[in-house]
Write a protein that binds this ligand. Structure first.
Ligand SMILES: Cc1cc2nc3c(=O)[nH]c(=O)nc-3n(C[C@H](O)[C@H](O)[C@H](O)COP(=O)(O)O)c2cc1C
Length: 338
């Protein structure tokens, strides 16, 4: 494999290594970002999608999507909107929060988002997108990025025209989730389609979808020719995956600590307890556990025990019982996938 790109430069932001965290609702909040930062290797962190309409009235010290620690840097904020009218006040807020980049969600296929005319629907509304981008470009000097899917269905000409429009309207970097709008996560991502977009644009193109290991990252880079990679679920299951990829593919001399799964879980819990109001903790723990439990052969047991807990203390106790039983039956501490 050719030497992968070492960094992405977009305006004043240097993304090194070119490994990005995917925005994920209910998951990419401060508690998880902090765990990832502890391992290293993340070039650009992300919030989950933020409603541009609601953002101006949210309190960043309380809102679970906005809470952040100073160490979570650089951090991109993702906006979900369908109209240019919401852009100015939302971006003003993002400046106040110290955003390092502003991302626009044009790929979310969820019916609740698409009904609003936002997310993946925007790929069908190029004129609307032009207005949103013109307004956003006018309001910020920060890197302005977009995240898309491959479109509704296979239509290379349409996708090409849409991506060129994004570039012409001032998008600085494009992340592509290599699936069509209605394709489920079970389907193999179509990384080869990203190669065509990459060839056509001058701005950096980041490949997203289905990267769960160093091997996946290597294959994705080779097939897509992308300038960087964006990790979603793989980095939730294994928050140390960035560090592994950075070390193995990008030559970072990150020390790979031996990973203790109970410690990762307990660090995540500590982050929730430290920064979130009680009402916001349990749901986030349940959501994280659904992914993290995949590190264990009998992880579904951990998931169901945590899912049926009615308080965070009960969930923690049940998780601990699971860890004690499981860890006793196998040598702990793996520093890679299992
Ligand atoms: C629970 C969940 C929430 C997500 N929320 C968002 C979101 O807020 N904004 C967005 O652009 N994509 C969102 N996505 C899509 C991811 O950013 C990413 O494109 C997708 O998971 C594919 O990458 P992966 O295979 O590495 O997970 C979400 C995905 C999941 C699983």
């Amino acid at each position: 494999m050719q030497t992968p790109p070492q960094a992405i430069q977009v305006r004043n932001l240097r993304i090194a290594p070119p490994l990005l965290l995917a925005p994920m609702a209910g998951l990419t909040h401060s508690a998880l970002r902090q765990v990832m930062c502890g391992f290293g290797g993340v070039g650009l962190l992300s919030t989950e999608m933020l409603s541009a309409r609601r953002l101006p009235t949210e309190n960043p010290r309380v809102s679970p999507c906005l809470i952040r620690a100073e160490t979570e840097r650089p951090l991109s904020y993702q906006l979900m909107t369908s109209t240019c009218k919401e852009i100015a006040p939302a971006i003003e807020k993002l400046h106040a929060f110290g955003a390092d980049a502003v991302d626009l969600n044009m790929g979310c296929p969820s019916p609740s988002v698409c009904r609003l005319g936002a997310g993946a629907t925007l790929m069908e509304q190029p004129d609307q997108v032009r207005l949103i981008l013109a307004e956003a470009r006018k309001r910020t000097l920060l890197p302005l990025t977009a995240k898309i899917r491959l479109g509704i269905e296979l239509d290379p000409g349409k996708l090409k025209t849409f991506c060129s429009m994004l570039e012409d309207e001032g998008i600085d970097m494009l992340s592509v989730h290599a699936r069509f709008k209605h394709e489920s996560f079970a389907r193999r991502p179509r990384w080869e389609h990203i190669a065509r977009i990459r060839e056509q644009l001058k701005i950096p193109v980041v490949a997203n979808g289905g990267i769960f290991s160093v091997q996946d990252a290597e294959t994705c880079l080779r097939v897509s020719g992308a300038d960087g990679l964006m990790l979603g679920r793989g980095a939730v299951i294994r928050p140390w995956l960035f560090a592994e990829i950075a070390r193995n593919l990008f030559g970072d001399d990150i020390m790979m600590p031996t990973v203790s799964l109970p410690k990762v879980y307990s660090d995540f819990l500590a982050g929730l307890k430290e920064r979130y109001r009680p009402v916001y903790r349990l749901g986030r723990l349940k959501e994280f556990t659904r992914y993290f439990a995949r590190n264990y052969k009998f992880g579904h047991y951990l998931t169901s025990k945590v899912q049926s807990s009615s308080s965070i203390d009960e969930a923690r106790e049940r998780a601990w019982t699971f860890f004690e039983t499981t860890e006793r039956s196998r040598p702990m501490a793996t520093n890679t996938t299992e």
